[in-house]
Unconditional design. Structure first.
Length: 131
């Protein structure tokens, strides 16, 4: 069911299909997948999907998942995904010219805690700029 939830996003469907085919989705593709996927897949399932990457084994996938979980990374915004995509050969966003594409916050429904974290960050950022 969780993979089906991820497939609500065309970008995540693109990444899931590429991983299933054993393609190397690049460092930032793996990072994007981990940062988003951790909210839909359990720890071991996320590692198993990332280990399908043509340039990643289970140990490397596990290290990435551990890092993302330990640092509590929120899913990246569309702008960050496109910037990362420019740094690698594999297209994370299959339709970058579509302004509505590859925005995980529009394409997927995350746990409420994610939206609360983002709101708190924006409030803190606003207060810091006022000082």
């Amino acid at each position: 069911m969780a993979v089906d939830d991820l497939r609500q996003s065309p970008m995540m469907t693109h990444l899931l299909d590429a991983l299933d085919a054993g393609n190397d989705i690049g460092h930032y593709g793996r990072l994007t997948f981990a940062m988003i996927g951790r909210h839909f897949l359990d720890h071991d399932e996320l590692i198993a999907w990332l280990a399908k990457d043509g340039d990643t084994g289970e140990a490397k996938a596990g290290d990435l998942v551990e890092q993302v979980e330990a640092r509590g990374y929120n899913p990246p915004r569309r702008e960050k995904i496109l910037a990362w995509q420019a740094e690698q050969a594999f297209p994370i966003c299959p339709t970058p010219d579509d302004p509505d594409a590859c925005n995980p916050y529009v394409e997927l429904e995350f746990p409420d805690t994610i939206y609360q974290d983002i709101e708190e960050y924006r409030t803190e950022e606003h207060v810091a700029h006022q000082a």
